[in-house]
Design a protein around this ligand. Sequence first.
Ligand code: PFF
Length: 456
Amino acid sequence: STPNAATGTSRDGFTSSFGVLAATLGSAVGLGNIWKFPYLTGTNGGASFLVVYIIATLLVGLPVMISEIMLGRKAKADAVTTFQKLAPAGQPWWLISASGVLAAFLIIAFYSEVAAWVFAYVFKAIGGAILSSDPKVTSAAFKTLISDPVQALLWQWLVLLLIGGILLLGVAKGIEAVTKKLMPLLFVLLLVVAVRSLMLPGAMKGVEFLLAPDFSRLSAGVVLTAVGLAFFKLSIGMGTMMTYGSYFRDNQNIPTTTLRVMGADLFVSMLAGLAIFPAVFAFGFAPGAGPSLLFITIPAVFASMPLGHVFMVVFFVLAAIASTGALLSLLEVPVSVMSGRLGISRKRATVINLLVLALIGSGCALSNSTLSGFTLFGKTLFDLFDFLTSNILLPLGGIFICLFVGYVWGLARLKQALSNEGALENGRLVRVLFVLVRFVSPLLILVVMLRGLGVL
Ligand code: PFF
């Protein structure tokens, strides 16, 4: 841990520049890249969706992510305390982080269930149980897994225990150490699968699908989906990057790190797309299969290719790795807030959060079995939590983070904080950023959100 000059105490944090990158990228890269991105691209028009998504990451993702990391590093505290330290006395900006803690709970609740299927699939892939080129067979296998309450719950709790166990080791020895090992491995495995997929006869159709835009598919709903995906995929709008920012070293260049993380995250999403779509087209499957693409279509695709058994194991291992880094950052938000605010140990905070999550999470785990008839606003808990976080809570958080930096924090402090207290020169970038957080991003998010929800 690094000594903290401000308090004289020693605060756990990331210890190297590569560690910062691995952990932050570990948070951004996840099932959002490997599960959500491919199926959303597939169902929303391919490359035209991709273009909107990239614009959203630049106009909205970049400013919000830089802002969050900067505020976290400045305050060197959990997300709620960060706003209490930085905001003028009596102004309730900390509510942003409180809503972030709620978002973390809701996301972990459904995310840990998808991760649970992925972990289960690693073992099922090894055993060969789900390997069939007939989607009817793979579909039946998937339905058996998700509609069995015992399996759904046990795999989820296993995932939660794994994540909690790593968090107990701390920020440097847990999060940083694990992501430093796993992220490079993830890249290598993903490259292997993408190259394999691209070498299949007829693979070019899948590439075309990813790269040829069809703008006729665009609608307000599709744009909101792209913006929501940008928030979800970059882990922003809910204090996650703020929390990780508080572990950043003082000499870390925040804008550069952010650009690298965003670039690498996009690269991983594209690789995932290039691993999946060429194979899907080569074997004549439908690209727009929706959330089940990963669990029904992909096993059938792998079963159709030579050495498919091996590649399927590799693929689900890499998906499991990706979900681990993301879940670590999600759980770190409430754990750090709870131990920071209530003054209890990290260990106790982790255990309490896991217990609460096992409870909320089972609502999602059982969404496909015992609780499938239980719906709110016409959605199961699983779908509701997904929709609520990506399309409402995270964008709202993003708006208020921009407003805080644009109108409360101000240009001078923004410049000072991003220049590492004067050590770096990035005047032009800071001015662009300031215009974005003050005017462009909050307005854009608001309009997209209201139109997408059908309010405007
Ligand atoms: N960014 C992760 C992914 O793409 O899978 C999901 C996520 C992690 C969302 C952390 C939000 C968060 F705070």
